[in-house]
Design a protein around this ligand. Sequence first.
Ligand SMILES: [Zn+2]
Length: 375
Amino acid sequence: MHEPIALTERLVSSDTVSARPNAPMVADLQGLLAGVGAHVELHGKPGDDSQLNILARLGPADGEGGLLMAGHTDTVPWDESMRATTAPERDGRRLYGRGTCDMKGAIAAMVCASERIDASRLRKPLWLAFTFQEEIGCLGAKELAHGPVHLPVDHCIIGEPTGLRPVTRHKGYVISRVHLRGVPCHSSDPTQGVSAIHAGARAIDALLRLGEEWKGRPVDAGGLTPPYTTLNIGLFDGGAARNMVPERSSFTIEVRPLPGLDPEALLDEVEQVARAAATTVSGIGLQFERVEVDEPLFTADDEQLVQWLVAQTGFAPSTVPFYTEGAFFTQMGARTVICGPGEIDQAHRVDEWVALDALEEAAQLYTRAIEEFCT
Ligand SMILES: [Zn+2]
């Protein structure tokens, strides 16, 4: 039997920055989960076997329903300016190190919870899913959701840091890259060419007005801030020389849709507005590249898992301002709640830490969840 603090330290000591292989940490998890009698499967990233999803099941093989506990194995990068990197440090009631909070502590708590229950008592399956490369676009969760794995599970808890408060809603994440092509010429007579930058500027101006219009649309924001769908142009490239009319430009539109809105429909609207404005520059060509279309998370307050977590934790369902893998597990059919140890503002920083007590509290909460939903 492992303890969540020591197990977190063990997992943190495996360097799983998203760009590096997670296979060694997955092998460690595979051993731990096989040790409690779980049926374990590994699913590699297509074309890159150094990145693995691990899926483990305890309880009946043919059972429907049950509970899935999930997390990502990777971390954001670190350098030597960090207080503790892959050599975790205890200080008072805190544990420092990359991934302590986001989110190896939660994975350790989930593994410990699976060790604390008597698997022979499970009437419905308990699944554990730990994914690769969440921090660079939820790549492992997308692979699980769109791949051959069938997960007939009713309820899902994701252990991202929420201070062990149940989180049921966050915005979606949508990226479209716009490529414009004009006609280059010497800038001494710009009338001989078609400027891809001028056309891009007109498209961006129209998009910013669309973003302002979204602010005024009546929607139920469900406590999310800002309480509307946002639009941001985060990248713009273009031109080859200061004395040329530019042939090419490109920019990136990021949209964060509120739950209840269809990201594809929002992208249709965005692209229509951009095209109409850009093509007022005669002779311009443009193409859209949909880079990400990730759904918002929305789980209704009256779902059994939500009600149970509210009763257990004493906190009402709430929101987070960041994206999680939640929508992908929802797509697989599970009612999904984010609930994990640590606070998000302790993560992604040079002194990332998690409270030691939160790790044990999480292990206890997850153990009770297994009792409730699987026995
Ligand atoms: Zn995370």
